[in-house]
Design a protein around this ligand. Structure first.
Ligand code: NAP
Length: 320
């Protein structure tokens, strides 16, 4: 039995996670699936020992400063991405932050491969054609897409998820891997570190974005990067919407500077611009990266492990 403490979980969780949370802590689980509002977030810092927030719960500097001497001492984020939390401001307020790395890796890489294939092989467009009742039958030049096997993949951010994507692409599809990261990576497959993002973008048939969000990576993929890509190439983003300048992406797609895009995340999520929604060469998923029962339970258990350690005064398993 974990040390009990007053805990707020900001969204409904899987049954397994809710059952454990109720058994182990004095827990309140918000019924809403929507992000918390400003007043709710400020109150949460006064009312709970720990908050388990997630994507959309924007614990920024202003919110954290609004509650001096908070009761809350841990934000146990549900998710590996924590760019919605101002970690420095939390630290200054005496609040630790943890996340759930690793649990999300394979599922998110699988969604990247889904988008790579859907975009290259025009799967969304084809599915819409069949559903519309307008399909007139197979012919040799019907809906020709990009053959992915043996092509060049560029991975922007060769971390846990980027590496899992590269592995799948290399061993499954014989793709040639190049990447951009801040440091050299030892990989279990041949991979070349690009000199710059522009060089990476220019050299590949498929560019996949797998860097964390936040100030450092905001609009990393901008008009210049998109202009450097080849006209037959596709862009896939499974990271955070803000890493890709959405207006520049729309312009590049409309001008056919690139052949297509596969997106799991959006700059102003959950808003998806009409311009993207009406383009057939764009595959759009509703942030499905980790959306399986097992993975969401694993993430929840990892967040609860961090809470249990914190309440027991032990070292945090996943501090950020
Ligand atoms: P990670 O292991 O920390 O990997 C991030 C990689 O990005 C590292 O290789 C890092 O390079 C690189 N990087 C960071 N800043 C960079 C920069 N400015 N320029 C170039 N490379 C940079 O993280 P992860 O577990 O793979 O997760 C990556 C992100 O995916 C998360 O932060 C999250 O936002 C997103 N995500 C999305 C979903 C979804 O549902 N779609 C699910 C899970 C995660 P160094 O190692 O050299 O520093």
């Amino acid at each position: 039995m974990a040390a009990r403490g007053k805990v707020l979980i900001t969204r409904p969780m899987t049954a397994a996670v809710e059952t454990r949370a109720r058994a182990d802590f004095d827990v309140e689980i918000r019924a809403s699936t929507a992000p918390m509002g400003r007043a709710e977030m400020i109150a949460s810092l006064a009312d709970y020992d720990v908050v388990l927030p997630t994507l959309g719960d924007a614990y920024g500097a202003e919110i954290l400063a609004a509650m001096p001497a908070p009761r809350c001492r841990l934000l146990a984020n549900f998710g590996v991405g924590f760019n919605h939390i101002d970690v420095a401001a939390a630290r200054a307020a005496g609040i630790a932050v943890t996340n759930t790395p690793g649990a999300v890796t394979d599922a998110t890489a699988d969604i990247a491969l889904t988008l790579m294939l859907m975009s290259a092989r025009r799967a969304g467009e084809g599915e819409r054609l069949v559903r519309s009742g307008q399909w007139r039958g197979w012919h040799p030049t019907q809906m020709l897409g990009l053959h992915l096997s043996g092509k060049r993949l560029g991975v922007l951010g060769l971390g846990r998820i980027g590496d899992a994507i590269a592995r799948r692409a290399h061993f499954g599809f014989g793709m040639e891997i190049s990447y951009l990261a801040r440091s050299d990576k030892a990989t279990g497959y041949p991979a070349r570190r690009a000199e710059s993002l522009l060089a990476l973008a220019a050299a590949v048939d498929m560019l996949v974005v797998a860097v964390p969000g936040g100030a450092e990576t905001r609009h990393l993929v901008d008009a210049k990067v998109l202009a450097a890509m080849q006209p037959h190439a596709h862009l896939v983003n499974i990271a955070r919407g803000e890493v890709v300048e959405e207006a520049a992406l729309i312009a590049a797609l409309e001008a056919r500077q690139i052949a297509g895009a596969g997106l799991d995340v959006y700059e102003f999520e959950p808003e998806v611009p009409e311009a993207l929604r009406r383009m057939d060469c764009v595959t759009l998923l509703p942030h499905l990266g980790t959306a399986t029962e097992e993975v969401r339970s694993l993430m929840g258990h990892m967040a609860l492990d961090n809470i249990a350690a914190h309440l027991a005064g032990a070292a945090l398993p996943n501090p950020v």
